[in-house]
Design a protein around this ligand. Structure first.
Ligand code: ADP
Ligand code: MG
Length: 221
C-alpha cells in the first residue's frame, strides 16, 4: 500500500485542521507496523484513509498498484470488502449473534463464498485463533480478550491482505494484549500487511517496524 504526498485537512465552519501533512510511505505485505504518537497526531486519520473510510484532500493512495484516491463509494466498498479487515478498540460485535455468526457477517456481501461454506469458514478462523470452545458463545459470555479475537476473526472473514487496527488492545489487560499482538504478528508472517495504532510500548516487541506520527507527519523510529 503506497501513500504519496497524502494530505488530509478537516474543514470545519470556523477553521481547518491538518490531519495528515503530506505523508509518503510504502507499506509492505508480510510486515507488522506499529503506529505510535500522541493524541491528536493523526493516527486514526491514517488508519481511516488506509481503510478507505475517509477521502484524501490531496495526494495518491495505491492498493496493489491501483490508484484508489478518487474512486466512487460503490467501488470503495468493494475494495474494502476484498482487501481490508478492521479491528476496533471497542470490538463492535453484534451482541445478539454468536461468535461464529459475528464472523459470518462480512461474508454475506461476498458473493464468492457460498452460503453453506460460510459457517465452516467462520468456525475454522475462530479455531485457528484458539476459540474452538467459544464458537457458540454470545459476546457477553466472552472475556474482553476473547471478544477481541472474535473481532479479529471477523476482520479475516473475507481473507483480506490488509489488516488495520486502531488501538485494538486499549480495553485489554496485558496478558490479553500480548495474545492479540501475537495473533497480529502471525498474520503478518502469513503475508498480510498489518498496521496497528497503539499507545502500548509492548507492541514494539511484536512489530517489525515502528512508525511515529507527530503533527500529521510520519517517520520510522
Ligand atoms: P489521533 O488518532 O492520533 O488521536 P486523529 O487522527 O483522530 O488523531 O486526529 C488528528 C487531528 O485531526 C486532530 O487535531 C483532530 O482534532 C482532527 N480531527 C480528526 N477528525 C476530525 C474531524 N472529523 N473533523 C475535524 N477535525 C478532526
Ligand atoms: Mg485516534
Amino acid at each position: 500500500m503506497n501513500l504519496e504526498d497524502v494530505r488530509k485537512v478537516y474543514k470545519t465552519k470556523t477553521n481547518e485542521v491538518v490531519g495528515l501533512d503530506n505523508v509518503s510511505y510504502n507499506f509492505l505485505k508480510g510486515k507488522f507496523y506499529a503506529i505510535m504518537g500522541h493524541s491528536g497526531s493523526g493516527k486514526s486519520t491514517l488508519i481511516k484513509i488506509m481503510g478507505l473510510m475517509e477521502p484524501l484532500t490531496s495526494g495518491t493512495y495505491k492498493i496493489e498498484n491501483k490508484d484508489v484516491s478518487s474512486l466512487k463509494d460503490e467501488e470503495l466498498s468493494k475494495l474494502r470488502m476484498k482487501h481490508i479487515g478492521f479491528i476496533f478498540q471497542d470490538f463492535y460485535l453484534d451482541e445478539h449473534l454468536k461468535a461464529y455468526e459475528n464472523v459470518m457477517l462480512p461474508m454475506l456481501i461476498n458473493k464468492e463464498i457460498k452460503s453453506q461454506e460460510r459457517k465452516d469458514r467462520a468456525n475454522k478462523i475462530l479455531i485457528k485463533l484458539g476459540l474452538e470452545e467459544r464458537l457458540n458463545h454470545y459476546p457477553k459470555e466472552l472475556s474482553g480478550g476473547e471478544q477481541q479475537r472474535v473481532s479479529l476473526a471477523r476482520a479475516l472473514a473475507n481473507n483480506p491482505n490488509i489488516i488495520l487496527a486502531d488501538e485494538p488492545t486499549g480495553n485489554l489487560d496485558e496478558e490479553n494484549e500480548k495474545m492479540v499482538f501475537e495473533d497480529l504478528k502471525a498474520l503478518a508472517k502469513d503475508g498480510k500487511c498489518v498496521v496497528v495504532v497503539s499507545h502500548s510500548n509492548i507492541i514494539k516487541d511484536y512489530a517489525d517496524i515502528v512508525l511515529k506520527i507527530a503533527k500529521g507527519k510520519i517517520s520510522e523510529e
